[in-house]
Design a protein around this ligand. Structure first.
Ligand code: AOF
Ligand code: ZN
Length: 371
């Protein structure tokens, strides 16, 4: 069995591969967005001869795309893969076999794959073929971008990302008012980027009624990456005239309604292109774990929850938030404000801080659930 050590150059190429894997986030169905770089050194220093990222819809896999670009240059080269190469015969033969056949002599891998058809087997196949394998290089960074895939594989539900924009005095809105601006333009663009990378986005009916949001990605050039929109709407109160329903033919819209809700409204919404997710209720609330299971079964790996207060509180109270993204504005709202469901100054021990940044005037803190 061959194994080796990672060099500083390995870490640099892996960091580049991880950045590249971000390219197809939200676009690969139930497959993770993986990247591969094929790098060779003919004496003048290492250079990239092939790049691949998991294709739209999830196939071909990243390794195949990269090997195709490299062609004969793959012989004797190093492959940097952000996920262990697959070992199973799916619709295509295993990527481990493709790397072996192409004459790759060294594989540097980041995250390991929980898929039982792959887990450990991909690296074992490479080693058996005499390829030097280094595992786990920048594994945490790679896994962070694949967290949706990893959550869905292990918990059978999507990763829940709760995004909250909070004023300097801890409010997320003003009572009785629709959308108000808590954060500035740079932060707002960042939120649209999060939408582009998510598989689905969810709001409660109160937010849908008060704000009449579109919930699409409106960054120039990235409009096509808008996620599927989901509204928690047990009594089917979403009006056909809402921005969400009017855009349902362009960007998918799912409404979660109880089976017995309003037949006439159901027909109107169906006519407008809306689809439904049947839900169970528990104490007048939608049963979230069952709903998440259903959303996961439909192939969604990441679910961005964008509000409002009641919905956010319910996800938090049921321990269903995996990642918490707080955008903290610099202005105060005052007494008419709706209090945020959490206090950034007093985070519960269930979360640990992953990163902190500044977006224009606003402060950004991202937490992940610990354990
Ligand atoms: C790779 N490279 O780029 C990705 C992989 O249904 P299939 O045949 O496409 O296989 C899906 C599994 O392949 C998925 O569960 C995960 O284990 C792996 N994803 N593997 O070698 C890739 N996206
Ligand atoms: Zn593969």
């Amino acid at each position: 069995m061959q194994s080796g050590f990672a060099s500083e150059i390995d870490r640099r190429f892996m960091a580049a591969a991880i950045r590249y894997s971000r390219w197809h986030l939200g676009l690969t169905g139930t497959n993770p967005s993986v990247a591969t770089l094929i790098v060779r050194d003919d004496g003048a220093g290492p250079r990239i001869v092939g790049r691949g990222v998991t294709a739209l819809g999830g196939r071909p896999h990243a390794e195949r795309e990269a090997l195709e670009e490299a062609g004969e240059a793959a012989r004797g080269a190093v492959a940097y893969v952000t996920l262990e190469p697959c070992a199973h015969h799916g619709r295509t033969p295993p990527c481990a076999t493709a790397l072996i056949t192409a004459g790759i002599t060294r594989v540097v891998g980041a995250a390991s794959d929980p898929d039982p058809r792959v887990s450990g087997k991909g690296y074992a196949m490479l080693r058996q073929a005499g390829i030097e394998v280094v595992e786990g290089v920048l594994a945490d960074q790679a896994a962070d971008l694949m967290s949706g895939y990893l959550t869905r594989s292990t918990k059978m539900r999507p990763e829940v990302i709760l995004k909250l924009a909070i004023s300097a005095d801890g409010m997320i809105g003003i009572k009785g008012q629709g959308q108000i601006w808590i954060t500035g333009e740079v932060a707002r663009r960042q939120v649209h980027l999060m939408r582009a990378e998510a598989d689905a986005i969810l709001v409660g009916i109160n937010t849908a009624l008060a704000d009449d949001p579109l919930l699409t990605c409106r960054l120039p050039g990235l409009e096509v990456r808008s996620p599927t929109r989901i509204v928690l709407d047990r009594h089917m109160r979403l009006p056909p005239s809402s921005a969400l329903v009017r855009s349902a033919r362009q960007v998918p819209l799912l409404v979660t309604a109880a089976q017995d809700a309003h037949d006439e409204r159901r027909a109107l919404l169906t006519e407008a292109g809306v689809r439904f997710l049947a839900v169970e209720s528990l104490d007048a609330h939608i049963a979230l774990p069952e709903l998440l299971e259903d959303i996961g079964a439909r192939g969604f790996m990441t679910l961005l929850v964008e509000g409002g207060a009641i919905t956010a509180r319910q996800f938090l109270a049921e321990g269903l938030v995996d990642r918490l993204c707080l955008f903290i504005g610099s202005t105060e709202i005052g007494g008419q404000g709706i209090a945020a469901p959490i206090d950034p100054g007093q985070m519960s021990s269930g979360f640990s801080k992953l990163r902190e940044e500044r977006f224009g005037e606003d402060h950004y803190i991202e937490y992940v659930r610990s354990g």
